[in-house]
Design a protein around this ligand. Structure first.
Ligand SMILES: [Mg+2]
Length: 322
């Protein structure tokens, strides 16, 4: 039985993960109206543009395609993303951006949340929560840890807990501290407390040898002591697609998700019923993809792309070749 399962996964993988060819590039350009892009690793890498990405987006826009930016980054609000995109030359309005600071607020709105949020986060998440009128505490360094000695004081924590908090929201927080972890976990253990997190990306992209922990590392610091799993609103969860689909009346079968990670971008695209393209300008290389294709795990196969290619620029360049 396992052999049959393995064979069928391998066969499926051969059908998927095709290298983008002139024919398939033309097929995508002819049959896709909406292009959704992960940003870091696809359009830019940190502060630097990925060669050809800007030209590709401008050309797609010129031939009437809709362009969207779907990122797990919670350190920017939609307003901040528009500023960044426009500064780099990418056409964007707030309606074209889905970032996790926004999807977290959207999720709370969708469940008609009433109450107070303990935020392990940053000013961008606070900005989106403000736009939706949500009440929150916890932004910035924790007072209990200011000048704290080497000994933590649980009694001090007890006096600082807010009885009204009924939601814990975790995103990227440069001020994460032991006291914040204690508070997040303590609140999350409360009966009926909602526990959500923006995303679980383990690392932030970095060119050098420095390891930069991503939001997933911060989420782990809160969920392990809380002994429960948060609801994740970023990719691969599909929360980000629904608002765009409604606002722009998107047909999933005529929408392409372009990303540099299978576990987030491509899994998201496949769960939403979109077409998918993996590029090797970010986290994954061709050999990483080959390894994933060898997996006998069904979940891994559910995050393999329809097409893969070296760089986004291939989409236009290949389509012109015979
Ligand atoms: Mg990326």
């Amino acid at each position: 039985m396992n052999v049959i399962r393995q064979l069928s996964f391998s066969a499926l993988s051969r059908m998927a993960c095709q290298r983008l060819s002139p024919e398939s590039a033309r097929d995508l350009l002819n049959n896709v109206d909406n292009f959704m892009f992960d940003c870091d690793g696809v359009l830019w890498s940190g502060p630097k543009l990925i060669p050809g990405s800007l030209e590709t987006i401008v050309k797609l826009k010129k031939i009437g395609k809709k362009i969207f930016y779907v990122t797990n980054n919670s350190s920017s609000s939609r307003r901040m993303y528009v500023e960044k995109c426009n500064k780099l030359g990418f056409p964007a309005t707030e309606d074209d951006i889905v970032c996790t600071s926004y999807t977290a607020a959207l999720y709370l709105k969708s469940i008609n949340f009433k109450g107070k949020i303990y935020l392990v986060g940053n000013p961008a998440i606070a900005e989106e929560l403000d736009k939706f009128g949500f009440q929150y505490i916890g932004l910035g360094p924790d007072r209990a840890s200011d000048g704290a000695s080497n000994y933590f004081n649980p009694a001090l924590l007890d006096t600082q807990l807010d009885p009204e908090v009924n939601c814990v929201l975790v995103g990227f927080d440069i001020h994460l501290s032991y006291y914040k972890m204690m508070k997040a976990a303590t609140y999350a253990r409360r009966k009926d407390c909602i526990f959500i997190a923006t995303n679980e990306d383990s690392h932030l992209p970095c060119d050098g040898d420095i390891v930069i922990p991503g939001t997933g590392s911060i989420v782990a610091a809160c969920k392990i002591p809380a002994r429960r799993e948060p609801i994740i609103v970023g990719k691969p969860s599909t929360y980000g697609f629904t608002p765009l689909q409604k606002l722009h009346n998107l047909d999933p079968s005529r929408t392409l998700m372009v990303g540099d990670q299978c576990s987030t971008d491509i899994a998201f695209g496949r769960k939403c019923g979109l077409r998918t393209l993996l590029v090797f300008t970010g986290v994954l290389s061709m050999s990483d993809l080959e390894q994933l294709k060898q997996s006998t795990d069904q979940q891994t196969h559910e995050m393999l792309p329809e097409f893969c290619t070296s760089s986004l620029v291939d989409l236009m360049d290949l389509s012109k070749k015979s």
